[in-house]
Write a protein that binds this ligand. Structure first.
Ligand code: GLA
Length: 374
């Protein structure tokens, strides 16, 4: 792995998962609510001290190794996937001062560009491992700030915090209610198997990226709406003040993005109420409504996402929606366990019928967030 032998004990290994967002999409950067859970797929990062100033970044999945001198680390100095771990080192060095070199070696199984937060799994595993190696004692909340800085300011992806919070703080058997304004994260029990339910993830294999394009445009539209309405964030509008807000926003695009964010925040809270009441099967219509809002109002769905959702609904799903930022990526479908094979087959048939590349579907249960690997 490394070109030099590290001193004993100067190695730390952490694993952090990808996530699906059960509901609460494009609400995080509007100070709103979201409800992700961790998935079993993740990234393991092994970090090893080096006796020089070199940062080496390698991966089991990628042939080439990135190499840069630590003092040269600056936004733009590393490109491609290695920019994510490099951004973490940069953000930690800004916070805690210069450190000696390190070798970061990663191994991951979150599909890339599938909207399942492979990037959050990567940066959160690296940040957690470096936190231990460098004995920084950072809390999960401080690690969230570091990983967001890495992604926003080093990589240049203007994402909103949901993914990093999920990867660092989710626990097995729970979804995580995030209140992005209050900065709180509450565990909400979600026992699917006990209720004879399953969530099917379908990777449309339409790759997406949030480092450019539509994501930043939607985010800018939300900020513009909030500015025109004279509020700090769209979180400050709720269902009762929405009609008045819509009247004041003349631009139809701004009206639609605002409507999505306001109604989506309400759907997150309704979903949490149902989960807390043990009524998982009853959240289906909320998942459906979320997808329809993302498709019709927020305009971030695609024909491939819609085809997967439509096929799942026709085949008896309790609810189905795109998950993540959109413009490709994955859908999630809630169904009775016994119906899942038929739903999966129906999605595959629909893709074949449309002439799309075969999708990949698999069932998930809420998994554990970042954890040390012994
Ligand atoms: C991406 C971003 C998140 C969030 C979602 C949409 O996953 O990384 O911060 O904005 O899109 O909910």
């Amino acid at each position: 792995m490394s070109r030099t032998s590290p001193a004993l004990g100067q190695r730390a290994v952490w694993r952090a998962p990808g996530r699906v967002n059960l509901i609460g999409e494009h609400t995080d950067y509007n100070d709103g609510f979201a409800l992700p859970f961790a998935i079993p797929a993740g990234v393991t990062a092994a970090v090893t001290s080096r006796p020089d100033e070199t940062l080496l970044i390698s991966s089991i999945q990628v042939q080439s190794t990135a190499e840069i001198s630590m003092p040269d680390l600056a936004p733009g100095a590393v490109t491609g996937w290695a920019a994510y771990p490099a951004g973490v080192v940069w953000a930690l060095a800004e916070l805690a001062g210069e450190r000696p070199g390190v070798h970061i070696h990663v191994d991951g199984d979150v599909p890339l560009g599938a909207g399942l937060s492979s990037s959050a799994a990567l940066i959160c595993s690296v940040a957690s491992a470096l936190n231990e190696l460098w004995q920084l004692g950072l809390s999960p909340a401080e690690l969230v700030a570091i990983t967001r800085r890495a992604e926003n300011d080093f990589v240049g992806a203007p994402t909103g915090g949901l993914d990093q919070l999920a990867s660092l703080m989710c626990t097995r058997g729970h979804a995580l209610l995030l209140d992005l304004r209050a900065g709180t994260a509450d565990q909400v029990p979600m026992e699917l198997a006990a209720a004879d339910l399953a969530i099917l993830v379908t990777d449309t294999r339409e790759q997406h990226s949030h480092a450019h394009g539509g994501y930043a445009e939607r985010r800018a539209a939300c900020l513009e709406s909030a500015r025109l309405l004279g509020v700090d964030a769209l979180r400050d509008i709720d269902i009762t003040t929405l009609p008045e807000a819509e009247r004041r926003l003349a631009d139809p695009v701004l009206i639609r993005v605002t409507r999505h964010v306001v109604t989506e925040n309400a759907r997150v809270l309704e979903t949490v109420e149902l989960l807390r009441a043990g009524r998982v099967e009853a959240i289906g219509p909320l998942l459906d409504a979320s997808h329809n809002s993302l498709r019709d109002d927020f305009a971030v769905s695609t024909p491939k996402l819609d085809a997967a959702v439509d096929a799942a609904r026709t085949a008896g799903a309790l609810g189905s929606r795109m998950t993540g930022g959109g413009f490709g990526g994955s859908t999630i479908t809630l169904g009775r366990s016994g119906d899942v094979p038929a739903i999966e087959a129906a999605i595959a048939r629909s893709y074949a019928h449309h002439g799309y590349r075969p999708p990949r579907s698999w069932a998930v249960q809420p998994a554990q967030g970042a954890a040390r690997v012994d």
